[in-house]
Design a protein around this ligand. Sequence first.
Ligand code: ATR
Length: 277
Amino acid sequence: TDRYAVFGNPIGHSKSPRIHALFAAQTGQDISYEAILVERGSFPAAVDAFMAADTAPARGANVTVPFKEEAFRLATRRTPRAEAAGAVNTLSFDAGAIIGDNTDGAGLVRDLKHNLGCDPAGRRILLLGAGGAARGVILPLLLENPAELVIANRTEETAARLALEFGRLPGCAVSVKPDGIGFAGLAGRAFDLVINATSAGLSGAVLPLPTAVFAPRCVAYEMVYGRATPFMNQARAAGARVADGLGMLVEQAAEAFFVWRGVRPRTASVLAALKTP
Ligand code: ATR
């Protein structure tokens, strides 16, 4: 049995152990996967302890809030998509090396394309927010060749800085350079895909979005899951097709499973299982 875990705080309600148990059963992989609550300040020690326990080999881990940036620093090597995200949600342990990856953006793109029938290619995309969650999905979205990618944030300057940074990514042949604006800059603009990567939904705060940002047949994607956020209500009222972040959660897990095991689990049945308690 190869050992895996997810590290976070809080971690009690994490769905990752259930998701990976379902993946393992489906693919016949002999793994264990546990949730580990880590006190702030103890992340490196917690990873050390997990790797050192000699019950069975520790092969990897997922990392969630608030340790993704710390995991980035802990990694001895990082994938390009982890470098771009500035955060790591997937660690692989390999003969003393700790390889940091980030599967969040790939998970979002896969959920959009395979589960929601919303291929980002050629679409006008609006990304709301400029924090860690937004940063993690910019490169994967750009690589899908959207018609445009506009990053809008409450603090305009942060969006502008992020857009500048991703417009200058070295060695990355993306055809579209992102644009960074404040919410006021959204007046008179329309998008085919609007992604909420702000944490506003968690506090129930309403984003000041003009109704017209949701173009006809728009898909509105809320990265938060498990609750109806004001963004979802706004989007639905504007006629958009609304999705929450549960699909992204399952798909980022599937991508991590693939990184670790070299087999890609099918996700539809797992997503269905998670929707029924
Ligand atoms: P995360 O890791 O979830 O992205 P973060 O890095 O703290 O968390 O970023 C939070 C994002 O949500 C930011 O874009 C933040 O906007 P600011 O940069 O202006 O702070 C956004 N956000 C949080 N609460 C918000 C609210 N009530 N209205 C609008 N944006 C909000």
